[in-house]
Design a protein around this ligand. Structure first.
Ligand code: HEM
Length: 239
């Protein structure tokens, strides 16, 4: 007996397309907040390189961070606006990631018995845990170099001294944690930039090649820039 398996299109189309539209919106939120965070990461990495210009230059730069936009705004206001913006971006980024991941698994009616061997790049597979490592690192890092709570020097007026004390040879485990976290940032970024360029850019074979290449270059430059600081301290280039 023939069974009519057709579902009237009108019955499914509106809710499906509604869900799809909001998933696209969530991807746009992920891409835009991701770009904001990448911008911060790049500016922060470039600022950190000031350490190679000596103690005075680095401490002057750290002090300037508190005076940006003065006298238009009172001292530290810009810093707090930036902190607020970054916090909102991180929350929106994580929330959309969680919702999108839940939707993806709900759309898979039967759970995989075996994980399929091909699941995209290593970077794509490590997004969740990479993100968690980066988040834990940021909490540790703020207690280390912003508040100084976990830093052996912990003197807010002397950020250069804090950084040098942080990456001393006998505190190799701190450098190791920074290295792991920064490499995790690199992997996270590689996949993140690739997805963002694909979401916001042209979805053609050429667009995909550009997305892949720019993601690799941007994340390698960032990782090398960040890691140069702890390794310069460890090897005595900066002391
Ligand atoms: C070896 C690499 C890094 C070094 C040497 C470094 C250095 C610093 C220093 C010195 C400060 C304090 C600035 C000040 O208030 O005077 C700081 C703040 C901060 N860093 Fe890093 N950083 C590194 C990597 C990272 C990474 C990978 C991230 C993000 C994933 C990050 C995120 C932050 C944030 C969010 C703050 C707080 C900014 C604020 O006060 O609002 N840093 N960092």
């Amino acid at each position: 007996m023939a069974v009519d398996t057709k579902v009237p299109q009108a019955a499914v189309a509106p809710s499906r397309s509604k869900k799809r539209t909001s998933s696209v919106l969530l991807k746009i939120i992920m891409a835009v907040t991701g770009i904001m965070l990448i911008l911060f990461l790049y500016l922060h990495m470039i600022g950190n390189l000031k350490i190679f210009f000596g103690e005075e230059a680095f401490d002057h730069y750290a002090h300037w961070l508190r005076t940006i936009a003065t006298p238009l705004l009172p001292k530290t206001w810009f810093l707090w606006i930036q902190r607020g913006g970054l916090t909102v971006a991180v929350i929106a980024h994580i929330a959309s990631a969680v919702i999108l991941a839940r939707r993806a698994s709900a759309a898979r009616p039967v759970k995989y018995v075996h994980r399929p061997k091909v699941q995209g790049s290593y970077a794509a597979r490590t997004m969740r845990w990479g993100g968690v490592i980066v988040l834990l690192f940021v909490i540790f890092h703020i207690l280390d170099l912003t508040t100084g709570t976990l830093n052996p020097v912990g003197d807010k007026a002397h950020p250069y001294a804090n950084v040098v004390a942080d990456f001393a040879l006998d505190r190799w485990y701190v450098t190791l944690f920074y290295t792991l976290a920064i490499v995790a940032v690199g992997f996270h970024l590689r996949h993140g930039i690739f997805s963002a360029v694909r979401t916001l850019g042209q979805q053609t074979a050429r667009g995909e090649r550009i997305a892949r290449a720019s993601a690799l270059v941007l994340s390698v430059v960032l990782v090398v820039g960040y890691l140069s600081v702890p390794f310069a301290v460890m090897t005595g280039l900066v002391d």
